[in-house]
Design a protein around this ligand. Structure first.
Ligand SMILES: [Zn+2]
Length: 246
């Protein structure tokens, strides 16, 4: 299935405003959403790990958990790298969208990059990365949540505005925003399933089956823990802070 995203007739427009018809291949769009959705959480963890290494704190990661090799708590810049990495991916893809580059790939990745924390924010929670970042700065707990949420909404608004340029129609526009989150949830659930076997020790720490000073995330506390029968594991999209995670 191919979504034809064509601009209106351009005969009467000046040459500088003319452009060729643009297309989104829906199959390519969906496959990108699935692959991108699968790697969205590891991208978040990679952001932590990369910033940790850059700031002199060797770190490692599993599918959904990062940790310092020293066993210490992740410092500020390492914490910041996690939520920022998907936002950067989204921002780059938004720029590419406006330049008309590979829309079947850039549209889903742009949307996916905003979903890393957005689904958790919409659930009403303040994930532990954000809480720990705010604690490090001695700011109100929800400060970083509001900063990242603002960035996400801004990026989504820019993606929405880009549809004015390409005029895909209402239903195709809905698909552009609906397919990535559905694929993300499905792919992330698969990722957690594989994580259980690929990184059993880290997986247990994620869900509080092994005591740990810090643990990382869980997408879909209810959905995933439901599949594992863990019920009330210490989950949350982000590292557990010292005084929380009920
Ligand atoms: Zn994190």
């Amino acid at each position: 299935m191919t979504l034809e995203l064509a601009e209106p007739p351009t005969q009467s427009l000046p040459a500088s405003r003319k452009s060729s018809a643009l297309q989104i291949n829906f199959l390519k769009f969906t496959i990108t959403s699935l692959i991108g959705g699968f790697f969205l959480i590891p991208l978040h963890e990679f952001g932590h790990v990369l910033c940790d290494w850059i700031t002199g704190h060797p770190a490692a990661m599993s599918y959904a958990r990062d940790y310092l090799l020293s066993g210490e708590k992740t410092p500020f810049w390492g914490l910041l790298g996690g939520p920022v990495a998907p936002l950067l991916m989204s921002a780059v893809c938004v720029i590419l969208i406006y330049r008309g580059v590979n829309l079947s790939i850039t549209y889903p990745l742009a949307v996916l990059g905003t979903l890393d924390r957005l689904l958790l924010y919409l659930s009403g929670s303040t994930p532990s990365d954000e809480r720990d970042l705010a604690s490090a700065m001695a700011w109100p707990q929800a400060t970083f949540k509001h900063i990242f949420l603002t960035c996400e909404l801004l990026l989504l608004a820019l993606i929405l505005l880009s549809l004015i340029k390409y005029r895909p129609g209402i239903w195709r526009s809905i698909l552009i925003f609906a397919v990535p989150p559905v694929c993300f949830i499905a792919a992330a659930l698969l990722g957690f399933l594989l994580d259980r076997y690929a990184f059993p020790e880290q997986h247990k720490k994620e869900f509080g089956l092994i005591r740990s000073d810090s643990y990382e995330f869980c997408v879909g506390k209810v959905a995933y823990c439901g599949t594992t029968g863990l019920g009330s594991g210490p989950t949350g999209y982000g590292r557990a802070s010292q005084a929380e995670e009920s």
